[in-house]
Design a protein around this ligand. Structure first.
Ligand SMILES: Nc1ncnc2c1ncn2[C@@H]1O[C@H](COP(=O)(O)OP(=O)(O)OP(=O)(O)O)[C@@H](O)[C@H]1O
Ligand SMILES: [Mg+2]
Length: 581
């Protein structure tokens, strides 16, 4: 119940910048429909006018003149409503929605992005935008206009004959109520499944396009296209089922309508034949019944479509605004003065097996620690925990003796700088890709950071220099160039703790050496954690720890550790394959 309330609040919040315009838009549509009702009365008057003994042609001119004014007013208000709808949507509402939903992603923690396809997340944001545009159209040109048109037709029937009115009222309200109940129960759930499956399809498709070259070189394209086909067929099964339910219902409702209409028609002919009904009223009755039929059908369709839109919006809301995987932005900011780090008896598992077990590690401020260990031994996991991407099941992680669990994730990010194991760049320029580390950075700061990362010379030789587009995920650059962009980012940051996770693994020895020198020069006051497979990378560290199966199995000065493990090929080992002890 609370969830539904929050969902309604969410939908209303999407209308925040267009509240006033939306109200005017709805009222304009209602007024236009009222003019439509008046118009019909005038037409009836025109038909019955010659029956009046005092009828003169001047009266006819007058009434037609009024009729024209009413038609013009009806069109003006209809036009205003439609213009406002377009202005609402195009100018104000959709940019607001995009901004709001994208900002909301900032509240989501790391596992949210790990567990969901990126295509599913982005298509949900797009869907909210599209569905709100649909909702606006359905509410104004569908729901409101049809509801008022139905009420108008019923008012007309009421003024003609009470019995006709009451029969029509029972018939059409019966059709509406049964249809709404039937569709809520039997149709909308199918639409929900269809949309969920379609989003999964989007996710798989996006993933496949992103990795198309891998699929191609392994000749896996055809196989994959079969997976996509099956998924799409699944979507269609739900949609087809929904359509066939609609046809069955429609056939029954139409049969009931025709029978009732026929009875009322014979009744009206009888009344007209006995001078109990005027010609104007007889034509009015036929017109109102036909218009009621089409507006009832369209009205229930509008209701169903609005229901469909709300179901789709709710699906998107559940994904994007789910209470799980939220970062803790209600906690206070951490202030890091020294940069000491402590893992205190930490036990952690992602799923089943413990990756770290009663793990202890203390890093003093300004200490430079190297970490080595075979693949899968838990090195990156240490960083994941320090960044609060995940929380340990047991134990504490302290920065400057403060338990990071007591502080909000955003402030932790602000105090740590990280070069991840895999550098993924935005599909933008080199300049913008460096700048994301410090959006307020000046042009000179960016150049200086690129120089420290041994990147400037390479960029200067490119045709578009800093404006070179790097391609999706940085595909147009080499692995080493991508890494140097990631390294350039850290020179823009000013934090007490800097972490390198295989940050120079793709660089040649010479470039790595130069960058190491810059790191030593510019980060001499920082605490540094450097994870590496290549031991030469760690020769300037104060200490090196050797990790295996989530435990520190050895540690010491580089001069002792490097010769001892020099022969171990860390890259080719998996933690289960070899116990380093
Ligand atoms: N998000 C995740 N969900 C589930 N298991 C994970 C996740 N990330 C890592 N693991 C598992 O945790 C273990 C430790 O992984 P981790 O990335 O810490 O290893 P690593 O020492 O950094 O290895 P490498 O040297 O290859 O980078 C591995 O067995 C890995 O499969
Ligand atoms: Mg790793």
């Amino acid at each position: 119940m609370k969830k539904n309330k929050n969902f309604i609040k969410f939908v209303l919040s999407l209308y925040k910048p267009v509240k006033f315009l939306s109200i005017v838009m709805i009222f304009s549509m209602i007024i236009s429909q009222i003019f439509d009702l008046i118009k019909q009365y005038i037409i009836k008057g025109i038909i019955d006018l010659p029956n009046n003994p005092n009828f003169s042609i001047t009266d006819l001119y007058k009434v037609v003149f009024i009729l024209l004014i009413i038609i013009i007013l009806e069109l003006i208000f209809f036009y205003i409503s439609n213009i406002l709808r377009t202005i609402n949507v195009v100018k104000k509402q959709t940019p607001h929605i995009s901004e709001k939903l994208f900002n909301n992603l900032n509240r989501k923690s790391y596992p949210f992005f790990i567990d969901n396809f990126s295509g599913k997340i982005s298509s949900s944001i797009n869907e909210v935008n599209d569905e709100i545009i649909n909702l606006n159209t359905r509410i104004t040109t569908g729901f409101i206009s049809l509801l008022t048109s139905m009420i108008s037709s019923l008012i007309i029937l009421y003024t003609i004959d009470f019995k006709i009115f009451i029969t029509a009222f029972v018939l059409f309200s019966g059709i509406i109520i049964t249809r709404i109940i039937y569709f809520s129960k039997r149709y909308l759930p199918l639409i929900k499944y269809a949309q969920e499956t379609n989003r999964e399809y989007d996710g798989i498709l996006n993933d496949a396009v992103l990795n198309f070259t891998s699929l191609k070189v392994y000749s896996a394209v055809e196989n994959f296209s079969k997976t996509l086909k099956t998924k799409k067929e699944e979507v269609n099964i739900y949609k087809n089922k929904a359509s066939s339910r609609e046809f069955t219902y429609g056939a029954i409702a139409n049969a009931v309508y025709i029978i009732t209409f026929a009875i009322l028609l014979f009744y009206s002919i009888y009344r007209f034949g006995n001078n109990l009904m005027t010609l104007g009223n007889f034509i009015f009755f036929i017109n109102a019944m036909i218009s009621l039929k089409s507006s009832t059908t369209s009205f229930t369709w509008s209701y169903i479509h609005i229901g469909e839109i709300l179901v789709k919006l709710k699906n998107c809301y559940d994904l994007l605004y789910d209470d799980t995987n939220l970062i803790d932005d209600n906690k206070s900011d951490i202030i890091v003065d020294n940069g000491t780090i402590r893992f205190d008896n930490v036990t952690f598992k992602y799923t089943k097996n413990n990756i770290l077990e009663n793990f202890d590690l203390t890093i003093k401020n300004q200490q430079k620690i190297g970490i080595i260990g075979v693949s899968g031994s838990g090195k990156t996991t240490l960083v994941n925990l320090l960044f609060k991407f995940y929380s340990p099941q047991k134990g504490k992680i302290l920065i400057d003796s403060k338990d990071i669990n007591d502080y909000n994730t955003k402030s932790i990010y602000e105090n740590l700088t990280y070069v991840p194991q895999e550098t993924i760049l935005l599909h933008s320029t080199i300049y913008e890709n460096i700048k994301i580390a410090k959006p307020s950075a000046s042009y000179n700061e960016i150049i200086s950071a690129a120089k420290k990362a041994e990147l400037h010379q390479f960029i200067e030789n490119l045709d578009d220099k800093y404006n070179t587009i790097v391609g999706e995920r940085g595909i147009k650059l080499s692995g080493g160039q991508r890494q140097r962009i990631a390294l350039a980012r850290i020179f823009l940051r000013d934090s007490k703790i800097v972490i390198f996770d295989e940050a120079t693994s793709s660089l040649d020895n010479d470039t790595e050496f130069k960058i190491q020198q810059n790191i030593n020069k510019y980060f001499d006051k920082q605490t540094i954690i450097c994870i590496a497979h290549r031991l030469s990378t760690l020769k300037d560290m104060d200490y090196i720890m050797v990790i295996d199966n989530g435990n520190i199995i050895d540690s010491g000065k580089p001069k002792d550790i490097i010769p001892k493990y020099d022969k171990v090929d860390f890259l080719s080992l998996e933690s289960e394959d070899k116990n380093l002890c």
